[in-house]
Design a protein around this ligand. Structure first.
Ligand SMILES: Cc1cc2nc3c(=O)[nH]c(=O)nc-3n(C[C@H](O)[C@H](O)[C@H](O)COP(=O)(O)OP(=O)(O)OC[C@H]3O[C@@H](n4cnc5c(N)ncnc54)[C@H](O)[C@@H]3O)c2cc1C
Length: 208
């Protein structure tokens, strides 16, 4: 939001514009998916009543579902993030930016979170190098997992920064710790064997 505000006011520098170009599709695709999952949990929390139209709750789920369709589906936004990475060094800019931000965190209690986030950054960097060599089919087949990895890792960095900024806020530290304890960068090795497996599953599930 801060980057978008700067861009709209014409005060974003070149580095910030690069970050924005990458993070817009990534934020859109990941927050849309999260909204659906959260709306679904909210319905379930009401038990059977949550499924009934007259509670108004099913509408929340239906409305959330549109987020991952209009203004770009998850696949298309993942490809858009890939396109941004191909056109200029937005990935390198983002990796440096997150590392710099984590370097400024002072609370010792956040060290495990920082380690987990740095390790995810390294996996993303190494994966991008491998994918770059493997070619377009590999990159495109793995684009969704790659975008999710960037989104989760950026969210980790934001939660860590937030917890660092709030003095002794146990909720913020616990939230950051729990987020960072999950697999931040589960990347898909979309090599020829993987892609063949996907095609086989589709052909079997949907016979011609
Ligand atoms: C409520 C609502 C309001 C809308 N308002 C507007 C509007 O104001 N203006 C406007 O222009 N449009 C609008 N749309 C249309 C919207 O932009 C499209 O529905 C959306 O972009 C998806 O395109 P599509 O429906 O053609 O699906 P398709 O492109 O056919 O996609 C179907 C599926 O295939 C996948 N897919 C497609 N291409 C690829 C690919 N190359 N690689 C991998 N997967 C792929 C998609 O991810 C999706 O899962 C609206 C849609 C809705 C539901």
């Amino acid at each position: 939001m801060e980057l978008l505000g700067k861009e709209e006011c014409g005060v974003a520098n070149e580095s910030e514009l690069k970050l924005l170009r990458l993070l817009i599709p990534v934020a859109k695709l990941y927050s849309a998916k999260q909204a659906i999952a959260v709306a679904s949990e909210a319905l379930e929390a009401f038990g059977g009543a949550g499924y009934l139209e007259d509670t108004g709750l099913p509408r929340l789920l239906r409305d959330a579902q549109v987020l991952s369709i209009w203004e770009g589906t998850t696949n298309i936004l993942s490809l858009d993030a890939l396109r941004a990475i191909e056109r200029s060094d937005v990935l390198g800019e983002w990796l440096s930016d997150v590392r710099r931000r984590l370097g400024g965190v002072k609370r010792p209690g956040l060290s495990p979170c920082i380690e987990q986030t740095l390790s995810a950054l390294l996996r993303i960097e190494q994966y991008a190098a491998r994918a770059g060599k493997a070619g377009a089919e590999f990159q495109q087949a793995g684009a969704r997992g790659f975008a999710y990895a960037i989104a989760r890792t950026e969210a980790a960095a934001l939660l860590v920064e937030h917890a660092d900024a709030l003095n002794d806020d146990a909720v913020a530290v616990t939230s950051a710790s729990r987020w960072c304890a999950r697999e931040l960068a589960p990347l898909v090795e979309a090599d020829a064997e993987h892609r063949e497996g996907s095609q086989f599953v589709v052909r079997t599930a949907i016979p011609e």
